[in-house]
Write a protein that binds this ligand. Structure first.
Ligand code: GLU
Length: 290
């Protein structure tokens, strides 16, 4: 199943479709590393500084957002760029970041166990998650949406899903919203969205539901097979997950996000990644320090 999705993701675009390639490395900004960075009040920063590298959790199968190239192991996408901007301000160049793939359901545990220093991967800020982790940001506002097969005209929004098989990822906010607000849906849960998309293409499910950012990437790769149905029906403010009690670290990450929004890096990174799925850059949301 996963192989089929990789094949879809690698498929070339057709005439008149958005660029089929991954993020354009040449267009990506280089982030100046702050060699004098010192967040001595932060246990997370001190540990990373002593080990000489940062460990950052992300996704591996979300085109334009966070995707790992199976050929060379490298990660790319908007959230990966956000992670690099932050790392640069914390004193770490891209060669001193180790990315780790962590599924939606395992993010809180990974942060609580110290498996990652921070997490950048379509991670919605909410009060329930704030009981176990901290959030810097938000750095982007997404919204839950629906992906269907291009020829399907039955589904135009979540109210059309009664009795339909809909796939999402266990532990994600879109999964939880369908479960609670749309109980007539026949919900199917997997560990990652690419498996859901594979199930959609092979007629195992009728729709995939998660953030528009993620779905746009899949649709842009094979626009003759997949399309987004209707409008987003939630607000998903993306945050950087950090260890809950390391306030100094969280505020340092907030500083980095604000600085890179103000200096144009955020916008340039968007245009070279998520922007390739066809949606112009929105205004970034205001950082919310708490
Ligand atoms: N933003 C949603 C969440 O944090 C869905 C995307 C994801 O699973 O990463 O649960």
């Amino acid at each position: 199943m996963v192989l089929a999705v990789l094949a879809v993701a690698a498929a070339c675009g057709r005439e008149g479709t958005p660029p089929p390639k991954g993020p354009n490395q040449r267009e990506l900004p280089a982030y100046a590393v702050n060699a004098a960075a010192d967040v001595a009040d932060s246990p997370t920063w001190r540990a990373a500084h002593n080990r000489g590298r940062l460990v950052v959790g992300t996704k591996a199968d979300q085109p334009y957002v966070a995707q790992q190239n199976p050929a060379n192991g490298r990660y790319s996408g908007f959230d990966v760029e956000i992670a690099k901007m932050i790392a640069a301000d914390l004193g770490f160049g891209p060669d001193r970041i180790e990315f780790k793939t962590i599924a939606s359901a395992n993010r809180e545990t990974a942060l609580q166990n110290g498996q990652v220093d921070y997490y950048a991967g379509t991670y919605t800020i909410n009060d329930n998650r704030k009981k176990s982790v901290g959030f810097a940001g938000p750095y982007y506002m997404a919204g839950q949406s629906l992906l269907v097969r291009a020829g399907d005209t039955d589904i135009a929004g979540p109210d059309d899903l009664a009795g339909k098989k809909v796939c999402s990822v266990a532990g994600s906010t879109p999964y939880q919203r369908l479960q609670h607000d749309f109980p007539q849906v026949r919900l199917v849960g997997y560990d990652s969205y690419s498996v859901c998309v594979d199930n959609l293409i092979s007629y195992q499910v009728d729709a995939v539901s998660t953030d528009d950012t993620i779905l746009m990437g899949y649709a842009a790769k094979v626009p003759d097979q997949l399309r987004i149905a209707g409008r987003p029906f939630s607000r998903e403010p993306y945050g950087i997950g950090v260890p809950r009690d390391d306030r100094a670290f969280r505020l340092a990450v907030d500083d980095a996000i604000e600085r890179h929004q103000a200096n144009g890096d955020w916008r340039r990174a968007y245009d070279a990644t998520l922007g390739l799925s066809g949606v112009p850059a929105p205004e970034p949301p205001a950082v919310d320090r708490y």
